[in-house]
Design a protein around this ligand. Structure first.
Ligand SMILES: Cc1cc2nc3c(=O)[nH]c(=O)nc-3n(C[C@H](O)[C@H](O)[C@H](O)COP(=O)(O)OP(=O)(O)OC[C@H]3O[C@@H](n4cnc5c(N)ncnc54)[C@H](O)[C@@H]3O)c2cc1C
Length: 434
């Protein structure tokens, strides 16, 4: 029986088209469950028939990680895109996995609340709609404001999920105090859809700052270490501490501050004064209000400096890498990355950089650059993960070259075997070819 007919009793299903292929792997059917019960019925049917399932939100990061070994069914979360609850007093919200991050932001802004997750794939995916809440959680997506609010893993306080055999489960709670089951929600964060289908997420919110100001300084490479050391040690509690660099130009350091009116500006002025020391950035320091013309990025850096969108807003497919190291190692990581032709932007405050090579970089050159970057990040106590790459580059990378060495891989294999023994959820996508 055709896959569409087999699954049509579970939820809305249509035959897959060419555009539904996942990183070049064609699919047979696209299913759109409306809730956890329909997701359960669908996964049970797929389980019984041995069909491989890949979850898709807006598809903005569908090519991150390894291409799946096979795709029978694409499970779209767009039917589960509602705001279930916004508990204003508790600063907590629950929404369907298919809720667009943009839309969630609009709804929360009515109460001057926000989910502090930066969309690294803004403008990508279906209709340029950027990330969904489920996709952000599944990829462990973290951007500049991780310094302030912590990684997405710490903002997720509960999930509703459906296991590969159709079992519906809930982990965590609706209020921050209730930490029962916390670990399952953490386990799913960054699991790339390989352990379970997330259908609903409960998140911790933050109040919107009343005022935001940033301080921007161009720093010569030989002074970057001293500049970042000063800022990392600073007691001024910045929300972001970003460094951006392109081959052949001086790094740009941006410190974002937020809080009460007046006080925020004072702290920004204090940062600017420290940075203006001749040993650091010297005269090239600017205090910038968001949304003003000065807030526009200087030309030449825009390519790597889209802090909300390192993957860009077009359909280009650069080699996109997340590379990490201890904080004191960030200047070296920036130097090696730019020497290898990467544009870099990322958080010097948490030691996580995103680096990208232009799409047209020849595959051998890209592989060499990746090896150099990984060797440096490992020496600096971090890791280098290839999030995405053009097919010609990706085809030369196996699971090890994509994810790098992963401590605890045996444990992760056992967890995968427990959750998804039939390897039906995005088989091959994750570390170790899980
Ligand atoms: C089968 C399976 C088993 C898992 N078992 C556990 C577990 O036992 N304990 C637990 O805490 N979490 C586990 N996870 C969850 C996974 O490790 C989380 O994705 C991770 O904790 C999220 O961290 P992060 O947000 O910092 O992601 P990031 O650091 O942004 O990393 C993204 C993903 O890349 C992976 N990765 C690949 N290579 C590397 C590398 N060289 N260095 C660092 N990360 C790398 C991470 O595991 C992570 O999932 C498991 C996931 C899966 C799919």
């Amino acid at each position: 029986m055709a896959v569409v007919d087999l699954l049509s009793g579970a939820c809305a299903v249509r035959p897959a088209e060419d555009a539904d292929a996942v990183d070049g792997v064609p699919a047979q059917a696209v299913a759109r469950p409306a809730d956890a019960q329909e997701t359960s019925a669908l996964l049970r049917a797929c389980h019984d028939a041995g069909l491989a399932v890949v979850v898709r939100g807006h598809g903005s990061k569908i090519t991150w990680g390894r291409a799946p070994e096979r795709v029978d069914v694409v499970l779209e979360t767009g039917g589960m895109a509602g705001l279930v609850e916004h508990s204003r007093g508790d600063l907590v919200a629950t929404a369907g996995a298919g809720m667009p991050l943009d839309r969630l932001g609009e709804l929360l802004a009515e109460a001057r609340h926000q989910l502090v997750v930066d969309d690294l794939a803004a403008g990508r995916g279906a209709d340029g709609a950027g990330s969904t809440l489920g996709g952000a959680v599944a990829t462990g997506m973290c951007g500049p404001r991780r310094l302030w609010a912590g990684p997405v893993r710490d903002l997720v306080i509960g999930v509703r999920l459906v296991l590969a055999d159709g079992t519906v489960a809930r982990s965590g709670g609706k209020v921050v105090k209730n930490v029962a089951g916390y670990d399952l929600a953490k386990l799913l964060t960054g699991s790339y859809g390989t352990l379970a289908v997330i259908t609903e997420v409960t998140v911790r919110l933050h109040p919107e700052p009343q005022e935001e100001v940033s301080v921007r300084a161009r720093v010569s490479p030989d002074r970057l270490e001293a500049t970042l050391a000063l800022l990392v040690r600073s007691q001024l509690a910045p929300h972001t501490l970003e460094v951006s660099a392109a081959p052949g130009s001086d790094p740009l350091v941006t410190v974002g501050l937020g809080g009460s009116p007046g006080g925020t500006r004072q702290r920004a002025d204090a940062v600017a004064t420290s940075l203006a020391s001749p040993d650091l950035a010297g005269g090239s320091v600017a205090v910038v209000d968001p949304g003003t013309p000065e807030d526009e990025l200087p030309s030449g850096l825009a390519d790597v400096d889209q802090q909300d969108s390192p993957a860009g807003t077009s359909t280009t497919r650069p080699v996109l890498v997340r590379t990490t190291g201890r904080l004191s190692g960030i200047p070296e990581l920036v130097r090696v990355a730019t020497d290898q032709g990467f544009g870099v932007t990322g958080s010097a405050g948490v030691g996580v950089l995103h680096a990208r090579l232009p799409e047209e970089t020849p595959p051998e050159q890209a592989h060499h650059a990746l090896e150099q970057l990984r060797a440096t990040s490992l020496r600096l106590g971090g890791s280098t993960v290839v999030l995405d790459a053009p097919p010609a580059v990706k085809s030369g990378l196996d699971a090890e070259a994509t994810w790098g060495p992963v401590p605890g891989l045996d444990l992760m294999r056992r967890v995968k075997a427990e959750f998804d023994p039939g390897r039906l959820l995005a088989p091959g996508r994750f570390v170790g070819g899980l």
